[in-house]
Design a protein around this ligand. Structure first.
Ligand code: FCB
Length: 480
């Protein structure tokens, strides 16, 4: 039975009764307590402390102090009525150097968090890697090195042994595209390296790390555990229907999407990707047996979606119209796609400058489900940054964020009624937090955080979203 068969969905846009209504966060973006209880620096600690890398020198040292306030944060989710919470584990908090024995205090923190969630009736969904590689592993070469994939599988086993009795939902990697191509290609993310060959090597070792970690998780976890990977799949649209623009879209689909879907789900890298990047590398870092190791049965494919990707072909050396929404760098995060220009569709945009287009989420879900009909989907991130205004009484009315989420949930509902098997939706993000290279300048939270007092205040969008979560019915925001 698929999720969409559990309940009639049409009238007033009802969602299945077992639909997951969650919010998502990531360790470095919210925890703080950067040097407490044995935690050692990750690449994001190093990067954020390097002048010029993050907006106004912001760091995650304190972040929103979730490490000390997690009980309050779980309480907020419970009051809102959410039934799931996606968080990530900080690798260097539980295995400080990325090697060797675990630190019990680090594991205890996540155990306490999970217990608090379970007691509140909120399902924990654990992500093992949301970009915060232990610095010592980067010093040894980072993701371009094969050994990092092996270390990652070992770490997966440690976390599975510690939390496998109580966590059902496991995700290996979050957005490996960002790790590989923003971290090692354009350099706008940690560790800030800019070498296209390294970025492709990183991509392969992330794929391998995923496969080895799934094997380690299966070995350590009870049989009913749900395993997934979170990909920021790009819904790529050609600017025109010309053959050249369609080829530009194909290139971005290859190095944005199929570089992961190919090995993880089909057991091979796409031929066109290998051809597009042949001038950079012969891919000899892919060893015999690697793609078989990467392709492991998954229970869910988790999709992060924010905005569509609009591309055209440009002649070599010609001026390119705009950046791709991933920050400006003279180094491209798109190896094999130098002839591709990125555009932003006219119309509404979020505070990130990202065009708002929920139809692309519908198209993406439809396309992925047609390609992999037996693999259930979950939206592991979707949401928007806006310039929130705080009222005199401290409240935040953010109708734009609610409208964004409403439109995207409508798209999810439309996919469900078509028979696409979508199991849940995680709003990015529960809390305002450290938005990577943008520091604290961009607010994605459903809950406002005052960065001076660390006080939390649910925004009006959170109250609306909580009502949707509690009722399973999608009412228009603020219409009643
Ligand atoms: C995604 C990241 C997440 C957050 C959102 C806005 O790419 O996974 O941590 O930064 O974007």
């Amino acid at each position: 039975m698929t999720a969409s068969e559990t309940r009639p969905l049409t009238a007033i846009r009802s969602f299945p009764s077992d639909f997951l209504w969650g919010a998502a966060t990531a360790a470095y973006q919210i925890e703080g307590a950067a040097a407490e209880d044995g935690r050692t620096p990750s690449i994001w600690d190093t990067f954020s402390h390097t002048p010029g890398k993050v907006f106004e020198g912001h760091t995650g040292d304190v972040a929103v102090d979730h490490y000390h306030r997690f009980r309050e944060d779980v309480g907020i989710m419970s009051e809102l009525g959410l039934n799931a919470y996606r968080f990530s584990v900080s690798w260097s908090r539980v295995q400080p150097t990325g090697r060797g024995p675990a630190v019990q205090k680090g594991l205890d923190f996540y155990r306490a968090l999970v217990d608090e969630l379970l007691a509140a009736g909120i399902e924990p969904a654990l992500t093992l890697y949301h970009w915060d590689l232990p610095q010592e592993l980067e010093d040894a070469g980072g993701w371009p090195e094969r050994a990092t994939a092996e270390r990652f599988a070992e770490y997966a086993g440690i976390v599975a042994d510690a939390l496998g009795d109580r966590v059902t939902r496991w995700t290996t990697l979050n957005e490996p595209w960002c790790t590989a191509f923003l971290g090692y290609g354009s350099g706008v993310h940690a560790p800030g390296r800019t070498d296209q060959v390294d970025s492709l090597r990183a991509a392969h070792h992330l794929n391998l790390g995923h496969g080895l970690a799934v094997q380690a998780l299966r070995a350590a976890l009870p049989a009913d555990r749900q395993l997934a990977v979170s990909l920021n799949l790009h819904e790529v649209r050609p600017l025109t229907d010309s053959a050249e623009d369609r080829d530009a879209a194909r290139r971005i689909d290859a190095v944005g999407n199929r570089i992961w879907l190919g090995p993880m789900l089909d057991g091979a890298y796409p031929e066109d990707l290998l051809a597009d990047t042949a001038h950079l590398t012969d891919w000899s870092f892919v060893r015999d047996g690697d793609t078989a190791a990467v392709r492991q049965p998954l229970d869910l494919l988790a999709v992060n979606y924010y905005t569509p990707t609009l591309v055209s072909h440009v002649a070599e050396g010609a001026e390119k119209p705009q950046d791709d929404g991933h920050g400006n760098s003279e180094h491209s995060p798109w190896p094999g796609a130098d002839s591709v220009a990125f555009h932003r569709a006219p119309g509404e945009r979020t505070a990130m400058g990202w065009p708002v287009d929920a139809s692309a989420l519908y198209d993406l879900l439809s396309r992925v489900s047609a390609a992999y009909p037996d693999l259930p989907l979950v939206i592991s991130e979707n949401g928007a940054a806006y310039e929130d205004e705080v009222g005199e009484d401290g409240s935040v009315h953010d109708p734009e964020r609610a409208a964004y989420v409403h439109a995207h949930l409508e798209a999810v509902h439309r996919a469900l009624t078509d028979g696409v098997d979508v199991r849940g939706y995680f709003l990015w993000s529960l809390l305002d937090n450290f938005e990577w290279a943008y520091g604290y300048a961009k607010r994605f939270g459903a809950v406002r955080v005052d960065y001076d007092t660390l006080e939390r205040t649910p925004k009006s969008s959170a109250l609306w979203y909580g009502r949707v979560a509690r009722t399973g019915e999608l009412h228009a925001p603020f219409s009643d």
